[in-house]
Design a protein around this ligand. Structure first.
Ligand code: PMP
Length: 284
C-alpha cells in the first residue's frame, strides 16, 4: 500500500514526494525531528512534542514553517488518510536547500516532511512482557544531545553493536556514568527509588521521561534525578527505558548479567500501565 506523506505543504503518495539534493538535512544533518506515537487513532502527548520541537528549532536558529495548530492538523490528516490505529508519526524540519556552505544560508525556506508508520501491537508488545537486554558502550555523540537533531549515526552504530552482541539496545557511558539509551532514556530502581539521569546537554529531554516522572511522583514513588553507573545498574532491583515509541520498556539484562530477578519488575510494569492508561485518556 502506498502511504500518503506530507512534504512542504502538500499531501502526496510516498512515491511522488521529493526533497532537494541540496537540502541541508541531507548535506549537514542540519535538521531536527520528533516522533509522536498514535494509540486508538489519536496522538500521544502532541503538545509535549510540539514544545520540544520549538526548543530544538530555537537552539539552531531555525524557523518553524508551521504553527502548532497547523502541525496538529497535519498529524491528524496523515493519521486519517493512512488509517493509522497504532503507530508513529515522524516529523522532520531542516534548514532547507541552499548552495553548500557551512554558514547558515540567509534565505533558505525550511523543509518539512511528515510520514506515518503503522505499528499494530505497539502497546501490547511482547518485548514489554519479556523485557529487553542492553549492553554498555562509550558515548561518542556530540555535546548537544538536548537538541533533537537528525544526526543519528552513532546511535545507529550503537544499535548495531547491541545486535551483534545478541542484545536489544545499548546504554551509553560517559565519564563513568550512564547517559541514556541509543534512542531512549535510561532508569534503574533501587530499594523502591527510581533513579534517572538529571536533565542537561548530555541527554535528550524525553517527552515520555517527563510524563513518567510526573506519574511516578503522583503515585508517591520516590524519584532521584542523578547520574548512575553501569555497576549500580547491574546491582539494581530493576531497570527500564522510556521513549515515545516504546513507552516504558523493562530492561532485564545488562552486559550479560541479569538485573534483579531477570524478569520485568513491578515498578516498570506499573509505570507502563499507568503511562498507557493516562496517555490514552489524554490523547488528541
Ligand atoms: N534519548 C534519545 C537519545 C532519544 O533518541 C529518544 C527518542 N527520540 C529519547 C531519549 C526519548 O525521548 P522521547 O520520550 O521524547 O521519545
Amino acid at each position: 500500500m502506498t502511504r500518503t506523506v506530507y512534504v512542504n505543504g502538500e499531501y502526496l503518495p510516498e512515491t511522488e514526494a521529493t526533497v532537494s539534493i541540496f537540502d541541508r538535512g541531507f548535506l549537514f544533518a542540519d535538521g531536527v525531528y520528533e516522533v509522536t506515537s498514535v494509540l486508538d487513532g489519536k496522538l500521544v502527548d502532541f503538545a509535549g512534542h510540539a514544545k520540544r520541537l520549538e526548543r530544538s528549532l530555537g537552539e539552531l536558529e531555525m524557523t518553524n514553517p508551521t504553527t502548532e495548530s497547523e502541525l496538529l492538523e497535519i498529524h491528524r490528516e496523515l493519521v486519517a488518510r493512512n488509517g493509522i490505529e497504532e503507530g508513529l508519526i515522524y516529523l522532520q524540519i531542516t534548514r532547507g536547500a541552499a548552495d553548500r556552505d557551512f554558514a547558515y544560508p540567509e534565505d533558505a525556506a525550511p523543509t518539512i516532511v511528515l510520514f506515518t508508520q503503522a505499528k499494530p501491537g505497539l502497546a501490547d508488545s511482547p518485548a514489554a512482557k519479556a523485557g529487553i537486554k542492553v549492553i554498555t558502550i562509550e558515548d561518542q555523540r556530540w555535546g548537544r544531545r538536548d537538541i533533537k537533531t537528525v544526526q543519528l549515526l552513532y546511535p545507529s552504530m550503537g544499535k548495531m553493536m547491541a545486535k551483534k552482541a545478541g542484545a536489544d539496545d545499548a546504554w551509553m557511558i560517559e565519564d563513568g556514568f550512564v547517559t541514556e539509551g541509543t534512542s531512549n532514556n535510561a532508569y534503574i530502581v533501587k530499594d523502591g527509588t527510581i533513579i534517572t539521569r538529571h536533565l542537561g546537554t548530555e541527554i535528550l529531554h524525553g517527552i515520555t521521561r517527563a510524563a513518567v516522572l510526573r506519574f511516578a511522583r503522583e503515585a508517591q514513588m520516590k524519584v532521584e534525578e542523578r547520574a548512575f553507573t553501569a555497576d549500580e545498574a547491574r546491582d539494581a532491583d530493576e531497570a527500564f527505558i522510556t521513549s515515545a515509541s516504546s513507552f516504558v520498556m523493562p530492561v532485564v539484562e545488562i552486559d550479560g548479567s541479569a538485573i534483579g530477578t531477570g524478569k520485568p519488575g513491578p515498578v516498570a510494569t506499573r509505570l507502563r500501565d499507568i503511562y498507557l492508561d493516562e496517555m490514552r485518556k489524554a490523547a488528541v
